[in-house]
Write a protein that binds this ligand. Structure first.
Ligand code: SAH
Ligand code: SF4
Ligand code: F3S
Length: 473
């Protein structure tokens, strides 16, 4: 009875739902079903957990099957043309479901929503709601408007929003490792990049709320957190009175001190800001993983200048040298863009020689994709032919494969401390987890070992991406 009455009131007046929940002290028994799918960077996946939390407070339940959902959210990425294309293709599939299930709501969230704004509603007729990354608190209102038959858009960016007080609902994780967002937005203006336009100004989250979130995760059995920001090294927080302030080195230490059992990772570091102070904190704390993602983009100073990265080849090499000096054995990974505007063959060779110099453990490698509205789109011509971009990318990938292999081989014969994540992808007779340097390690299952345990594994064999070994005491 209760359920029917509530449903009716909700359907007649969605705005009333929050009131009903508060009045009755409980959520409507059978909430509507939400399906949420995420694209792009870890920050988008982390945002989806905020969105799920806000929607569940409204009485929604999440489902893994979009065909049965009442609301489908797609949290989108604009970083490259093909990322947007993938979203549009997926929207077609969701649209087909909507035609079979009238009343279904399709919402576009995240960076593509921010980039295209209300234009999205014209371009994709089956989309009902468009919500930018700083507007998720407005979802109850937006969903309410939909229920009254309107389409709804909120793409306002904020200078303050960090969702510090929203407890994320962990979606699809392994129960061992979680993302914790420490800042939002980006104040750098790399000429190729759309992020400052889609995510707005940089702002840092209150360190106490970050630490509380990590403590909560520890209590719930999590053993690894990854602190997320577009440029974690520029984390900068001050209390309102100014009496208390913290930089990234301070935050890292503050979080590492939660428990020696909790591993701490972070991403992404920016070469221009990565300080020795941060490296020293890393070397002092056993539970801060010895792994740094330090995107180089190009090994050539003139290209870096056109990219507006604000460091040059020598500066980057100096930062790598500092890592090697202060944290021996630290793994380093990177991002590389091939075929940026006017990139010459010599400039490309400098990227290859930078790779030889650093011998990255891992790399994400891309062809340059011009993004509308960016500095590069306005100032430079996207003039490296497609086949040249492809060939350069292929050379970069081949080199990286050799280096990944080399880095793996260097671990053979050594004992790895592994945080167990669960069964390996290939066989449930094996377990897997990551070592300190972020390499995946696979080993035979043994009675009594559970996800979240730390074990020691002697690395005996490897592929380019995985160490294979046996348990040791
Ligand atoms: N904040 C991070 C990067 C975020 S975007 C940093 O500054 O390093 C992730 C990666 O996507 C970038 O490092 C870059 O290598 C790549 N990327 C960004 N814009 C791109 C574009 N227009 N074309 C191709 N790759 C791009
Ligand atoms: Fe984009 Fe540069 Fe900001 Fe990274 S630092 S998000 S590449 S503008
Ligand atoms: Fe993509 Fe936005 Fe992240 S453009 S990479 S989802 S910040």
């Amino acid at each position: 009875m209760f359920e029917t009455a509530v449903r009716k009131e909700i359907d007649e007046n969605r705005q009333g739902e929050a009131l009903i929940i508060e009045k009755e002290g409980r959520k409507p028994a059978a909430g509507r079903l939400l399906y949420i799918e995420s694209y792009g960077c870890q920050m988008n996946f982390s945002d989806s957990e905020i969105v799920a939390s806000i929607m569940m407070d409204m009485g929604f339940t999440t489902t893994g099957n979009y065909k049965e959902a009442d609301v489908i959210f797609i949290n989108t990425c604009s970083i490259r043309e093909n990322a947007e294309q993938r979203v549009r293709n997926r929207l077609k599939e969701f649209g087909a479901s909507k035609l079979r299930k009238p009343g279904m709501v399709i919402g576009v969230l995240g960076c593509m929503a921010e980039r295209l704004k209300a234009k999205f509603l014209e371009e994709e007729q089956l989309v009902d709601v468009v919500v930018g990354p700083d507007a998720y608190r407005d979802l109850p209102n937006l969903i309410g408007r939909l229920d009254e038959g309107e389409k709804a858009v909120n793409v306002l960016l904020s200078r303050e929003e960090t969702y510090a007080d929203v407890a994320p609902v962990r979606l699809g994780g392994n129960g061992v490792s979680a993302f914790v967002s420490i800042m939002r937005g980006c104040d750098n203006m790399c000429s190729f990049c759309v992020v400052p336009f889609t995510r707005g100004r940089e702002r840092s989250r209150d360190p106490h709320s970050i630490r509380r979130e990590v403590e909560g995760l520890l209590e719930n059995g999590y053993r690894e957190v990854t602190l997320l920001g577009q440029n974690v090294d520029s984390y900068k927080w001050a209390s309102e009175t100014g009496a208390e302030a913290m930089n990234f080195a301070g935050l890292l230490e503050y979080v590492a001190e939660v428990s020696p059992l909790m591993r701490v990772r972070f991403s992404t570091s920016h070469p221009k800001d990565m300080s020795d102070e941060v490296l020293e904190v890393m070397s002092r704390h056993e539970n801060i993983c010895k792994y740094i993602h330090l995107p180089v983009q190009s090994g050539n100073s003139a290209v870096l200048d056109r990219m507006n990265r604000t460091y040059d080849r020598a500066w980057y090499m100096n930062r790598v040298e500092a890592i090697r000096r202060i944290i021996p054995g630290c793994a380093v990974s990177t991002d590389i863009i091939c075929g940026f505007c006017s990139e010459t063959e010599e400039e490309h060779q400098d990227t290859l020689s930078m790779m030889d110099h650093v011998k990255y453990d891992f790399a994400y490698m891309f062809k340059y994709s011009e993004r509308p509205g960016t500095l590069a789109a306005r100032k430079y011509e996207d003039n490296v032919p497609e086949e040249v971009k492809s060939r350069r990318l292929k050379e970069v990938i081949e080199k990286q494969q050799q280096h990944s292999r080399l880095r793996m081989e260097q671990q053979l014969g050594k004992v790895q401390k592994v945080l167990v994540e669960g069964p390996s992808k290939k066989s449930d007779q094996d377990l897997c987890g990551r070592n300190d340097q972020n390499a995946m390690v696979v080993f035979p299952r043994e009675e009594g070992i559970r996800p979240g345990d730390y074990v020691h594994v002697l690395a005996e064999r490897c592929t380019n991406a995985t160490l294979i070994g046996k348990l040791v005491q």
